[in-house]
Design a protein around this ligand. Sequence first.
Ligand code: CBY
Length: 430
Amino acid sequence: MRQPHQLPLVGLLLFSLIPSQLCETCEVSKEKYFCLNPLLSTIFKSKYTRGTEAANTLLSIRLVGIQNQTLQQRLLQQVRYNVERKESDLSSGQLALIIMALGACHTHDENFIYDYHLISQLENKFQAEIENMGAHDGNPLTNYYQLSLDVLALCLFSGSYSTTKVAELFSPENKNYYLGGQFSVDTGAMAILALTCVKRSLMSGQIRADEKDLERINNHTQSLVKKILSEKKGKGLIGNAFSTGNAMQALFVSSDYYQESDWDCQQTLNTVLKEISRGVFSIPIAAAQILPAVMGKTYLDVNSCVSGSGNFNISIPVPVTVTPPNSPLYISVNYSVRISETYFTHVTVPNGSVFLDVMEEAQKQNKTVFGFTMEESEWGPYITSVQGLRANNNDRTYWELLSGGKPLSQGVGSYIVHEGDNLEVRWSKY
Ligand code: CBY
């Protein structure tokens, strides 16, 4: 007779034992939307001519529900231009971002993906990455951040990929998670998003695979989550300010793999809001990469957007850069190029100059020793060669930027130099 009464209780107990599919997120409250104004003004003001920064931004604003038609059209035009004119030059991860941006929230722009066969093109580019790993000591054409974007886009938009291969590639011991001897939080986070998508497809029966693959994918996720959490800094940033958004997304979708006490999401969010107000995310790609996380969204939400928060109150504050009254007009810094020898010089530049200005000044002094080349990337100029010596992904070589012997967390176009800085570009291996 008592059986039926116990049923709901048993049900409740069972329910609480099932790992929650509901992800733990924390997001900025409505009253604090004004804190996001610096991000929105950066996003609105940008010209979007660099690489695929438009795709990354379009993806972000769609995920958070900003329905500004003028902005969306402007971004869309740039994304389409990239596909129509530059398709074969696009790297795998750039194409993956384009697919996610066009496919986000099921608008009719999704047709563009199919008209231009972007999914099968991505399958080919992903395959080329894997082949390059075979030929060059496990080094992909690009990097694991992009391979993760590839798997993510293929998984979200029903491309084909082998789950066994994914389980093999994304083993946490793989050297590609490390850049310059450091675990790359951005890379680990993107891998968690990709693995979580694959895991969900396996569990929902959308794709079929070996139990073994599922188990390996679970183990990889577990161990990557641990590595990400161990990169938590005192005030809650994970890695640095620029990787924190990606890390937050990864932790939102993987809450089954850590305890509530392991991560104080609210602390991370508060610190990110402070960094936003300090102007840390003042380049468009940085703003685009932090925005979904602070709104509690992840790239896995592309197929389930909820329209809503379209009415941000966007006031575009004009940034005022006041130079303190008695600050000098010019500053002088030390600059060196280090290969096996060190080539040193002294440079004078206007106050407020960036690292690149110093390099240009040094190049004017001596083209043979300080001559360099660069390429535009989503994050601004990227130094490709100095003294004719070129960075090469197959050898994992690059030109590392340092100040006072410490690696910089900004590129040459963003890092503002200070009087007396000891700046260096160093031939390094990552
Ligand atoms: N995006 C990519 O392919 C880049 C992936 C990424 C992990 C990226 C950081 C993270 C992100 N969110 O986009 C990355 N950098 C990589 C993979 C690399 C390597 C690029 C070569 C390759 N194999 O693809 C490499 C060479 C190790 C590298 N980054 C170098 C550098 C330095 C650039 C110096 C130069 N030659 O111009 C530099 C300045 C570090 C240094 N001290 O030398 C650097 N990276 C930085 C600082 C950054 C951050 C930029 C932050 C900023 N505000 O400018 C970064 C966000 C990013 C871009 N790198 Co790398 C990491 C961080 O600090 N959180 C996909 C594509 C479609 O967009």
